[in-house]
Design a protein around this ligand. Structure first.
Ligand code: ATP
Length: 234
């Protein structure tokens, strides 16, 4: 579905990705794990075209993403939920959700998608008329994911959805990600919470200073000696 081949990228003179090969097949949850600054978000930004194209190839269902603008990438069905939530603070929960179906072809599904969001996140239903900016951090994260789903993504890009959440909420966010995937959305996830994210991943990649150093199934990486030592404190 999505294929990165020898992707390299630099911010000015600062090179942050080296020859990254990565694939996401339809139906998978694929995770990129790595420390702060490893380049995880930069991979997502290259896919969603939020940065100018680097070197190498990025294709999605046969389309060369390097040739497209970010809105065209969204129209192909790739939606990114940014790190740090970025919901509209002065709009209510429902208004935020409506903003998510800005792609013309998804407007007819708007009400149905709002119902779906409320089923996935009952907390949002209880708070439908509350202003986004007054929601807790965890609720805003839920809202950001729910808003992303309003655009009917084929591939959902999630940037650190567990960041800053309490342990209990982290667990439920990962459960919800699994459920979104079970309902048919392919997921590319970037995470520092290595244990929880590998548990739900079909496959995963370990990124260290811009290079893929390991890849395998979630279970294989959870059992890998280097992963255990570097990320799981074992
Ligand atoms: P984190 O988990 O801390 O978000 P990350 O693995 O997602 O880290 P990136 O955000 O991809 O890492 O950043 C990789 C490197 O690129 C970092 O050293 C960062 O400082 C640098 N960087 C990111 N964005 C820019 C930018 N717009 N201009 C210059 N350097 C940047």
């Amino acid at each position: 579905m999505l294929k990165l081949e020898k992707l390299s990228f630099a911010y000015g003179d600062l090179k942050v990705l080296w020859d990254v090969d990565l694939e996401v097949k339809q139906g998978e949850i694929v995770t990129v794990v790595g420390a702060n600054g490893a380049g995880k978000s930069t991979i997502l930004k290259n896919v969603s075209r939020l940065v100018k194209p680097g070197h190498g190839h990025i294709t999605f269902q046969g389309h060369d993403l390097r040739k497209l603008a970010s809105h065209e990438v969204v129209e192909l069905g790739i939606v990114q939920v940014p790190e740090g939530r970025r919901i509209f603070p002065e709009m209510t929960v429902v208004e935020n959700l409506r903003m998510g179906s800005f792609v013309k072809s998804t407007r007819k599904d708007r009400e149905r998608n709002i119902e779906r969001a409320f089923t996935l996140f009952p907390r949002l239903k209880e708070r439908a008329k509350q202003l986004g900016g007054t929601m807790s951090g965890g609720e805003q994260q839920m809202l950001a994911i729910a808003r992303g789903l309003m655009a009917n993504p084929k591939l959902l890009l999630l940037d650190e959805p567990s960041l800053g959440l309490s342990p209990l909420l982290v667990k439920s966010i990962f459960e919800i990600i699994k459920e979104i995937n079970r309902q048919g959305t392919t997921i590319l996830l970037v995470e520092q919470n290595v244990y929880q994210s590998l548990r739900i991943s079909t496959r995963a990649y370990v990124l260290e200073t811009g290079r893929v150093v390991l890849s395998g199934t979630g279970a294989e990486l959870l059992d890998n000696a280097h992963v255990k030592k570097a990320f799981l404190g074992m």
